[in-house]
Design a protein around this ligand. Sequence first.
Ligand code: G3P
Length: 218
Amino acid sequence: MKFFIDTANLEQIREANDLGVLDGVTTNPSLMAKEHIKGEANIRQHYVDICNIVKGDVSAEVIATDLDGMLKEGQALAALHPQIVVKVPCTKDGIKAVKHFSDNGIRTNCTLVFSLGQALLAAKAGATYVSPFVGRLDDISTDGVELIRQIVGVYQYYEFGTQVLAASIRHTMHIIQCLEAGADVATCPLSAIMGLLKHPLTDAGLAQFLADHKKVNG
Ligand code: G3P
C-alpha cells in the first residue's frame, strides 16, 4: 500500500517525507486555498516545489469544468514536472478528459468518486488512480470503506489497471480499514499518518528499557 499525504502544506509534506515512507502527495483546490496559494503562476510554482520535496506522484487538480478547459489546463499541469498526475473530477466532461489524457500518455487521478459506477467509468477511461472519498461518505451515514472494498474487488475481478486511492481519510483507523480493504494507496492528513506510530506499550516498553539500562550503566 502506498502512502500519500493529502495537503499542500510544504512543512507537513517535508515532515512526512522525512519519515522515509512517503510515496506521493495529493492536493485539491480547497487545500491550495488553505495555504493561501493564489494566481496561476504561484499555484504552478507550488506544484513544482512539492515535486522537488517528494520523489513520488503529485496530484494537481484542474479548475476548468468543460472538456476544452480541462484538456488545456491538464496539459499545462502535466508539462510542469514528470511527477505531476492530473486530477480531474468524475463528471461527463471529466471522464472524456481522463480518456483523452490516458490515450496521450498523461497520468490522471479521477476524483470526487462516491459510487462503484463512477469508479467503473474512471477505470474504463484509463485513469491511473481513482479517488473514492471515504470520509465524506461516512459523513452522510454511508460506509466509505465498504466502497473501497467493492471497487478493489471489481477492479481485481475485471483486471482493471486503475489504482484505488482512498481519499478523504480523516483519521488513523480509516488508514487501517482501507489497508484491510485492499486500497492501493491511502492519501492521508499528517496527523493520521503519525497516529499509526502511537502505542502506549511502545512508550512504556521504551521507558523501561532506558530505566534498566541506566540502573546498570548509570
Ligand atoms: O483527498 C480528498 C480530500 O482532500 C478530501 O478530504 O476531508 O475534505 O473530505 P475531506
